[in-house]
Ligand binder design. Structure first.
Ligand SMILES: *Cc1c(COP(=O)(O)O)cnc(C)c1O
Length: 475
């Protein structure tokens, strides 16, 4: 399609400016060449953006099973509540807005209950930011309890990529451990690396293979015995929430991704929210001030002297928290575990339709997502995970996550989410199976897929390394 500049016709416009009511600038103060803005009528402009919107694909267009990201349908009521003037237009320095303070107070109450923690901050702006915040709490704990030598964080190889990155950014040495054959933490390897330098362990659970670690209680016991603390990466709490609580499994600290599990559209760069919950032993180190209730009045506490200090301006992304709170209050005690069960059911259902044809990387029951490896298909037909992902675009759906986790060759990581119907899952599975057949019959067709999208195979590396973000007027 044409860019807005290519649509431009000199002299056309859709604004009528009011008469100038400020002193006119002297000629030497004004620019000599006119701004090169596109010139369009309102009709053309409106059609331009409508056409542009039609070129994208979102969760409102169809199935969007992007693993490790939870692209689910989010109820519109959450947007409506977050859009209320009393929430959306409040000034962040207004100290005594009782309704807003109550919302923060309730959010802390419900999310600490869901996670089994004692206290929570809503400052962190995303999951990785929450990880850094949680690790800073762990670091502060060891410093203040006389163990600054504890400078190692253990990270299993099935962790989300942000776990080692955050640990390193926080100044810890990252100790990687390989998983056992079943995709769970290898307890012997864990025991071997635990010692007097262990600050803690970061566990992504369910891990990036979509597996709930069956040894989770042994894991926290081993790390605690060595004097370390346990961090739970709860970005993907969908299959766990309302069913089991990380706090009860022995974890001292957790972050959630409200923009995955608790209703905020995920992707496009935000805004997100990665609240960090912790047990009482870390609560004094939390950033900023907390909200408490005195009789009928909500008020801020003072920041504790031991606090790691603020990690984000004001209250974090307050409206994302409002959406999450609305979601939790709407679903209630019965609805939350139902979300979890449906997330697990949907993933296992579509897996069961595919597993006789495709190779599942780690067999067995998965949580909210699972990983296929197309290594054999590629060897036999030359059709890669990329080809299959591209071909899926011709079936009115978004491809799954590709080539992640990095320890799986030709990986496709599928997360249907709890909000998809059986019909959608059946249709998606049928598309996967048809593509599989085509791989043997006509691999060339798949190498050239997609056949129906406006853009087929962009140079992704080129686009990332040399992005063209401005219009080239001369060329
Ligand atoms: C998405 C994700 C993260 C990172 O969250 P961001 O909000 O993208 O920073 C961390 N851990 C897991 C398991 C995730 O899925």
């Amino acid at each position: 399609m044409k860019t807005v500049f290519e649509r431009s016709v000199p002299g056309r416009h859709c604004t009528i400016l009011p008469a100038c009511d400020v002193p006119e600038r002297k000629p030497e103060e004004t620019r000599t060449a006119p701004l090169r803005l596109p010139e369009l009528s309102e009709t053309d402009l409106s059609r331009h953006y409508t056409e542009l919107a039609g070129q994208t694909f979102g969760v409102n267009d169809g199935f969007y099973p992007l693993g490790s990201c939870t692209m689910k349908y989010n109820p519109k009521i959450n947007e409506e509540i977050a859009g209320l003037e009393g929430f959306a237009k409040i000034h962040p320095t207004q100290e005594n807005a009782q309704g807003c303070l109550k919302a923060i107070y309730l959010a802390e109450k419900y999310f600490t209950e869901i996670t089994g923690m004692d206290a929570m901050t809503f400052e962190p702006a995303a999951g990785a930011h929450g990880e850094l915040t949680g690790l800073m709490l762990i670091k502060r704990y060891h410093e203040l309890t006389g163990h600054p030598e504890r400078n190692e964080i253990i990270v299993p190889d099935t962790a989300h990529g942000t776990n080692p990155a955050s640990s390193s950014m926080c100044g810890f040495k990252v100790i990687n451990i390989a998983s056992a054959e079943d995709g769970c933490v290898d307890l012997e390897k864990l025991e071997a690396v635990c010692g007097e330098h262990t600050a803690g362990l970061m566990l992504t659970n369910p891990n990036t293979l979509g597996i709930f670690d069956k040894n989770i209680l042994d894991i926290t016991r081993i790390v605690h015995k060595a004097g370390g603390l346990c961090y739970y990466d709860g970005a993907n709490l969908n299959p766990v929430m309302g069913i089991a609580r990380p706090g009860d499994m022995g974890f001292d600290c957790i972050h959630l991704n409200l923009h995955k599990s608790f209703s905020t559209p995920h992707g496009g760069g935000g805004p997100g929210s990665g609240p960090v919950g912790c047990k009482a032993l870390l609560a004094d180190y939390l950033p900023g001030r907390r909200v408490v209730k005195d009789g009928d009045v909500y008020r801020y506490t003072e920041e504790k002297p031991e606090s790691i200090g603020k990690v984000r301006s004001f209250h974090g992304n307050f409206l994302v928290m409002i959406k999450a709170l609305t979601y939790v209050l709407t679903l209630g005690k019965e609805g939350i575990p139902e979300v979890a069960k449906n997330a697990v059911l949907n993933a296992n259902y579509i897996k069961s339709l595919l597993e006789d044809t495709y190779d599942v990387f780690r067999k067995g029951t998965c949580m909210h997502e699972f990983v296929l490896t197309l290594e054999r298909l590629k060897k036999e037909t030359g059709v890669s995970a990329l080809d299959v992902a591209k071909a899926l675009q011709d079936y009115d759906m978004h491809p799954p996550t590709m080539y992640f986790p990095i320890n799986v060759h030709e990986a496709l990581m599928i997360e249907p989410t709890e909000t998809e119907s059986k019909e959608t899952l059946d249709k998606a599975a049928a598309a996967y199976l048809e593509i599989y057949r085509k791989a043997y019959e006509d691999p060339e067709y798949l190498h050239n897929a997609p056949h129906r999208s406006p853009i087929g195979r962009p140079d992704e590396v080129g686009a990332a390394r040399h992005p063209k973000v401005k219009y080239d007027f001369e060329g």
